[in-house]
Design a protein around this ligand. Structure first.
Ligand SMILES: *Cc1c(COP(=O)(O)O)cnc(C)c1O
Length: 483
């Protein structure tokens, strides 16, 4: 017999009551974020030790009131839906996609084995096909969704290894040291992936960037030859679209030409910026994207999905079967040539895997690619707007002209020119912004210099909030410089 606690946990009347109240609570939160009061923080920052003490102290052993807990969460989180949120590049999800997330959590279907996730698997494959097509790939392209850009990059590079390494590493282990070429500004997870695969620090050949933080195409040959002469087999070149810290996009056609010349795998880390494919205005920034052998895109950065949902798309969809099985052809023959597209675990890292396709499917179903077009265009326009507001101010400096919605700048008063002093001043500004909480922005180190970094990720951020931010930075800077 199920016990009382089991009956209580699955009580559907309670679920209905608590659920309805929760939706009201969330709608109120979203309303507050759409038109926040002047003192409504984007981040109600608290020191970690204080937060831990409160949460430990308040942890009940049953009997806690759900609405109280939900409210406590909403009071103590960084608010991505707030127009003064301009921090890390995670997007405020479309609320409808979050509702589908709730459905997914409740049914708890996986998407590794078809029978365990029929709707999720079908939705995933439909979504991947639609996204690949919208990016401009031909129908031979294919892939899957996986849990984040980090894992997607590692997966793609494993496929590259299968396709290009002279030895069957999957069977025999590493025989010859391998390497990939990537910009010095690439996301750290590319470096990590190479080290996980056992290539060591020399397996990641970091090619310097130009003044605009794009990989220097003119240096690729030299770095390639040097690694080859040292006994490494260079198997891949990785393009950043864009690099996380700067928002700069590599010249993808230049990288594709180089990869073709040397028969390398061309992978694009488009976690953030491959989404620009969906904007007619900004699509030229990712010209060359469909020449990649593989490309990833995070739906939680610029495509309005809850975290974490990432597509890994291969130009030849059949390549996706090579990742975890070097001798795929032999196996496929054994199984009658069936590539088994519906049992995703053949191709993905995850065993139990969220039904990631459902949330993206919901966005497409309810809003269409039109929403992505409007969102991407709006936030990239906002990036350009913030950059021009920075340029108008004498005491500010822009790190680079933004290609998308990531903008790096710093406060630089006329009397201060030494780098250490500028770093100290801007670090102090960023810390005071955090503790004050009205705005949320982050920072980046570029070529040893410290910059304030904004991602304009909320489509409802307007020139007003950007001007207020710059005014606040100037005030803090003046006060700090005076004190
Ligand atoms: C965010 C990001 C990643 C990591 O993706 P996660 O989804 O956070 O794992 C990798 N590369 C780039 C360029 C990114 O912007």
């Amino acid at each position: 017999m199920p016990t009382d606690s089991l009956h209580h946990a699955y009580d559907t009347d309670q679920f209905r009551r608590v659920g309805h109240a929760l939706i009201d609570q969330l709608a109120d939160y979203l309303n507050r974020m759409r038109a926040p009061a002047d003192d409504e923080p984007a981040i109600p920052y608290r020191a970690p030790a204080a937060a831990l003490a409160e949460w430990s102290g308040a942890l009940a052993n049953g009997g806690g009131e759900p609405a109280v807990l939900f409210e406590r969460v909403l009071q103590q989180v960084v608010r991505l839906h707030h127009p003064r949120y301009m921090g890390h590049q995670v997007n405020p999800p479309a609320p409808t996609a979050a509702l589908m997330g709730l459905v997914g959590d409740l049914i708890n279907n996986g998407a590794a084995v078809y029978e365990m996730g029929m709707a999720g698997t079908a939705a995933e494959l439909a979504v991947v096909a639609r996204v690949a097509e919208a990016m401009g790939f031909d129908p031979a392209a294919g892939g899957f969704l996986t849990s984040g850009g980090t894992l997607a990059n590692l997966t793609a590079l494993l496929t590259a290894r299968s396709a290009k390494a002279r030895e069957l590493v999957w069977e025999a282990g590493m025989q010859q040291p391998l390497a990939l070429l990537v910009s010095e500004e690439a996301h750290y997870c590319v470096d990590r992936a190479a080290r996980i695969m056992g290539w060591g620090s020399e397996g990641v050949i970091k090619v310097p960037c130009d003044a605009n933080y794009r990989i220097r195409i003119d240096l690729l040959e030299e770095y390639y030859q040097r690694a080859t002469a040292a006994g490494r087999q260079v198997i891949a070149v990785v393009g950043s679209a864009c690099s996380t810290a700067t928002g700069a996009f590599d010249d993808l056609n230049g990288l594709a030409d180089f990869a073709e010349r040397h028969d390398l795998w061309f992978h694009i880390d488009g976690a953030h910026g491959a989404a620009l494919s969906f904007s007619e205005k900004y699509r030229p920034v990712v010209a060359g994207l469909t020449r990649a052998d593989s490309v990833i895109v995070d739906f939680h950065k610029m495509l309005l999905s809850p975290s974490i949902t990432t597509a890994l798309i291969y130009r030849r969809g059949s390549d996706s079967y090579r990742t975890f099985q070097q001798r795929a052809t032999y196996l496929l023959e054994e199984q009658g040539g069936d590539q088994d597209p519906f049992n995703m675990a053949r191709r993905t890292f995850e065993c139990t895997k969220l039904s990631l396709g459902l949330r993206v499917y919901a966005i497409l179903h309810f809003h269409g690619t039109r929403l992505w077009e409007d969102y991407v265009t709006r936030v990239c326009d906002n990036g350009k707007r913030l950059a021009s507001l920075v340029r108008e101010r004498a005491a500010f400096e822009l790190a680079l002209d933004p290609d998308c919605n990531i903008v790096c700048f710093r406060y630089r008063p006329a009397h201060l020119s030494d780098e250490a002093g500028l770093e100290r001043l801007n670090r102090a500004i960023r810390q005071q912004l955090l503790e004050d909480g009205r705005f949320y922005i982050v920072s980046a180190q570029l070529r040893g210099r410290f910059w304030l970094r904004c991602t304009l990720t909320n489509a409802f951020t307007s020139q007003r909030e950007m001007t207020e931010l710059l005014d606040t930075v100037a005030q803090l800077g003046q006060r700090d410089a005076a004190g």
